[in-house]
Design a protein around this ligand. Sequence first.
Ligand SMILES: [Zn+2]
Length: 381
Amino acid sequence: MRPSILVDVPFRFKDFVGNESTVTHLRRAVASGRLPHSILLSGPAGSGKYTLSLMITMALLCERQPREPHAGGDLADFCGECRHCTRIAESFDLPTLVEAAVSAREEMRETDKKDTRVLIQTHPDVLVLPPDPPQLLVKLGQVRSLIHGIYSLPGDSKRRVYLFPSAAFMKEAANSLLKVLEEPPSYAHIILMAEHPGELLPTIRSRCAAVRLGALSSPEIEQLLAARKPEVKPQQRALVARLAQGAAGRALSYDLESYLKARTDAMVLLRSATTDSEHTDLFKTTETYRAGAEGQQKTQAMLSALAGLLEDLLLLRSGVPDRMRNIDLGRELETLADSVTFAWLENAVRGLDNVISGMRRNLLRSISLDAFAENMADGRR
Ligand SMILES: [Zn+2]
């Protein structure tokens, strides 16, 4: 028996930032009973595909079916309090649920493990089918669970909803979904979510109504942070909004402190490569990068910060400073950008790729970092 804990519904339609006309369109379709039965919801990571899908599911199943008057037709809403809304809302924290399902599977006997697929179900009429680890693909067994359940009438909610948070399918899983996707029962909805719809088989795409979410603008993300994380100062909000690159989820969970630490080291590397000064600071910094899992994580964070800084330098050199991410370093990066050529920057980006692939081959990290900095510095001479 699952415990019946009532959870707070963490989101309402009014809290969903960005893509307003798309959201309005979907809510109107729910209110008028014209929501397509097979939907492909696409958009970049963090644009809110899963959150919106669950809100649409709540609007479809909500016991009270509240409506918001709106020009051009009422918009569907959900109460957030009834037994359907609260149970569906338990599915919001997908990573935790998937982790729990995966570790439950780990505990099983080998023979049972093989046939157990990850499925998330917090409401009897709503099934979430996440990509199954370790391959992170939707598998045949998962699609079979959908086919097994979708043709029996829903319980007391009058609808059945199936959600695929990532539409990366194993081929046979995709093929077995085609028929039901073509013509789901009148009470059922299937929502596939994908970052790039182009990666899906055309046979899947052609059976779904396409709905697209765009990346959020920096001001939209700042607005979201102001509402949901008021403790973050306005200046930090502006920086995080840029660093998250249009992804609301990433912005809300952004670890700015760790990023700034990694970036400080990346700047030491960059400064020593772009000036003819002694490399004392550089060696002091790279010395702290050691082998082992922790060192690897630290190195990856620093290299990714460095890649972002190089991109900013490229943007500055290309005359589009508006798009740079590290806005708090604006002046220093401008000076750096003036001191290097385009060819140097391209060489540095290539060199960084080499360091990253060297890391994959598990070379001594401090050596390849020094070599990389030396190489960048040589490029200027
Ligand atoms: Zn409700």
